[in-house]
Design a protein around this ligand. Sequence first.
Ligand code: AKG
Ligand code: FE2
Length: 292
Amino acid sequence: MNICQLERETDRWAERLLVDGYCVIPDLLTDTVQALDRDLAADFERTPFCEGGFYGARTKRFGRLLVRSGHAEAVVMHPLITGIVERVLSPWCDTIQLNLTQAIALHPGALPQLPHRDQDMWRGETGEVEYLVNVMWPFTPFTRENGATLVWPESHGRRALDPTIPSTEFPVEMSPGSALVFLGSTLHGAGGNRTNAIRRGCIVSYCLGWLKPYENQWLAYPPEVARHFSPELAALVGYQQHRPNLGNYEGRCPSILLGDEIAEHLAATDALRPDQAEMVAEFVAGQRQAAA
Ligand SMILES: O=C(O)CCC(=O)C(=O)O
Ligand SMILES: [Fe+2]
């Protein structure tokens, strides 16, 4: 896909996402997703079942997919997906960040999950702001019977202010290679698994760059790990400041921790949005004039 086609596709899917609250994009990275599933087989096996009614007692989950498989990066950094996410979240942030990567196995007998909106993990105003975009990548076929994610179409945005649960949900049936993209304000939940086989997949979620992410990205990917990431991926997992000055290390961009040598004493340096830089520059110029 060339840049123009990518732009057009990004517009098209972002529009669908904003109108319906979700969209299903077919035929992305089918081989990569299957290779990722293979790399995670031992982790799926060894990870104990979740505890607690939200995660579900017949469900297994684990994070940190970027250290578990070399195939995770292509999934996390898929240009169409990151383009859609930027389109949707950029009204409220300077840069997006990775909120989580999580592999999920829904075992036979898993019950349907509580219908929820992922944005409710934060306690900000709802109805106007979109806080996150989620992407579910199936590793096995997702069917009505094995617990395909249930989505309530058009339950997003201002409709998230209505506490009643409408009866309009449907299971998003799809196969490996497809991606279910949905908003943080869209009502959804895992379905129940009434088959004898495990439903596997992973969620990759992105959020506004100034929020506390669900998965602690700096602990998941400490500097000695993130040093081996591309600069773009390192930035996505937190090795960048969100202007003004958020997430700094000694007043500097935390990406300095990915270099070979770090000076012991550093000059804290403004990292401001253009409007803030202009305001500060005017203020300082005024002081200089008054002093002259
Ligand atoms: O596994 C699924 O289909 C959805 C899981 C989910 O929405 C969650 O855990 O927040
Ligand atoms: Fe969820």
